[in-house]
Design a protein around this ligand. Structure first.
Ligand code: ATP
Ligand code: MN
Length: 464
């Protein structure tokens, strides 16, 4: 009778020592001499490899020849305590089945130690490397932590649409969705494109945020969160921007800005602690390979209160700093990453929640303060990352919101349904958006956002 496969993450259990086991996976290395050969096998379940020992009195050179880096095999044998150091157990191979070979001359990951840039060109295979295995497992762990955090606190997961007909969020340039024949566009009498003939009977785009629909959910269910893809067509080639990224957007009825800040801080700390506890091997691996201060930095964020500071105070600190910024600082500017990072990394040496931004640089739906100049916005700024969360208390007053919409000349025909939340049973409410990849960046210590999503979409890049 065939033995049931054991995943490599489970193979190091003491009770399995002395038992017959079956493992399946991809070969990382094979080395040895004419008496014995050692194969390091990985199946993706853990950063750890299992060592398999092939005794050359039982296997021939010919048997083992196809076992090169990247090939896939199935081995059965006895699990024994390991002789070699650094290993706890190894398998003495008794049977070998080869699923697929990987020609050493053409397999792109034949050698170790490729650069992250090289691996970006091989994004279809890079999940098979230690680094990307670790990153993707951490990404999964964080996604699970997010759902757990909100579920444990009574939030409902709300799925908001990816295709939207309103271009009013203003969060970024949008990708258009159309089935019109681009070589033969239907025209109206005035010579404009006739979107009535398009699939949805109007112009449609991919969403830049689920927030507006999230507010509809929150003002019905009380507390909701979204967690899904968002799309931004900006031509920004930075290590922190993707054209397609995942956003987490909680929205809570009756929450004011302070409660929103508390939620954001608890939420981020929870996710980081969860990863430290549940993805330790992978975090330790990345720390050892790329970033020796990683674990210390993660613990520091979990253990310390975030600084909470009005934008106006932040600007004063930057102006008084004497630091030479590429973009000069004055009240009213939209802070650049260099300013955000100065406050976090140089001045406070802690995460900062910056609040009460000038209304001109923030979205129309944010609640106006008494001063009529600033809004109840809150951005969470992180070391190495800059902005990781952007949020606010929302304007719940119908007249004030309408005035702002008219002031900014946002087309009303797109906004009627959103305004209905303020016409019928309006309530104070707040929420925020966390860029999921920015959280994964922080927790993995990676420095380029293209390296924390399996298939990055950036300008000129959608190959795989
Ligand atoms: P930034 O100023 O960094 O471009 P933003 O202010 O335009 O960000 P928001 O509209 O506030 O971003 O979106 C909420 C969160 O989504 C941000 O705090 C950030 O974590 C994340 N985010 C925004 N744009 C991107 C992007 N292009 N790629 C990855 N994450 C992003
Ligand atoms: Mn923002």
């Amino acid at each position: 009778m065939a033995i049931k496969r054991t995943r490599i993450v489970d193979i190091f259990a003491p009770q399995l020592v002395g038992k017959q086991v079956s493992v399946k996976g991809w070969v990382r290395t094979r080395r040895g001499n004419k008496n014995v050969q050692f194969v390091a096998l990985n199946d993706g379940s853990t950063i750890k490899n299992i060592q398999i020992v092939f005794d050359l009195t039982k296997f021939s050179d010919e048997d083992l020849k196809p076992i090169t880096t990247g090939s896939s095999i199935h081995v059965e044998g006895l699990l024994v305590e390991s002789q070699g150091k650094g290993q706890t157990a190894e398998i003495q191979a008794e049977t070998l089945e080869i699923y697929g070979t990987a020609d050493p001359d053409t397999y792109p990951l034949q050698k170790k130690g490729h650069t992250l840039e090289f691996l970006r060109e091989k994004a279809h295979l890079r999940p098979r490397t230690n680094t990307f295995g670790a990153v993707l497992r951490i990404r999964h762990t964080l996604a699970y932590a997010i759902h757990k955090f909100f579920n444990d606190r009574g939030f409902f997961y709300l799925n908001t649409p990816l295709i939207t007909a309103s271009d009013c969020e203003g969060a970024g340039a949008m990708f258009q969705v159309t089935t019109l024949d681009l070589n033969n566009l239907p025209k109206t009498e005035e010579g404009k494109i006739d979107y009535e003939q398009d699939f949805f009977g109007k112009q449609a785009n991919l969403t830049v945020s689920g927030q507006l629909e999230g507010e509809l959910g929150a003002t019905a269910l009380g507390a909701i969160y979204t967690f899904g893809p968002t799309f931004r067509a900006e031509n920004s080639n930075t290590p922190r921007h993707l054209s397609e990224f995942w956003m987490v957007e909680p929205e809570v009825a009756f929450n004011e800005i302070e409660e929103n800040m508390d939620l954001a801080e608890d939420f981020i700390k929870y996710c980081i602690s969860y990863a430290l506890e549940n993805a330790k091997d992978d975090i330790d691996f990345l720390a050892q390979m790329y970033d020796s201060e990683l674990v210390e930095r993660l613990k520091f964020v979990v253990e310390n209160d975030f600084v909470r500071l009005p934008y106006t105070e932040g600007v004063k600190i930057l102006e008084a700093s004497g630091h030479k910024f590429e973009f000069p600082v004055s009240w009213g500017i939209d802070l650049q990453s260099e300013h955000e990072r100065y406050l976090v990394e140089e001045h406070f040496k802690k995460p900062v929640i910056l609040t009460d931004y000038p209304k001109e640089i923030k979205a129309f739906y944010m609640k106006l303060n008494e001063d009529n100049k600033t809004v109840r916005a809150m951005d969470v700024l992180f070391p190495k990352i800059g902005e990781i969360i952007g949020g606010s208390q929302r304007e719940e007053n119908y007249d004030k919101l309408l005035a702002r919409i008219e002031e900014l000349e946002i087309p009303m025909k797109d906004m009627w349904w959103y305004l209905d939340t303020r016409r019928f049973g309006t309530v104070p409410h707040s929420g925020f958006g966390l860029g999921f990849e920015r959280l994964v960046l922080f927790v993995t210590g990676m420095t380029n956002i293209r390296d924390v999503i399996p298939f990055p979409r950036t300008p000129n890049n959608a190959e795989f």
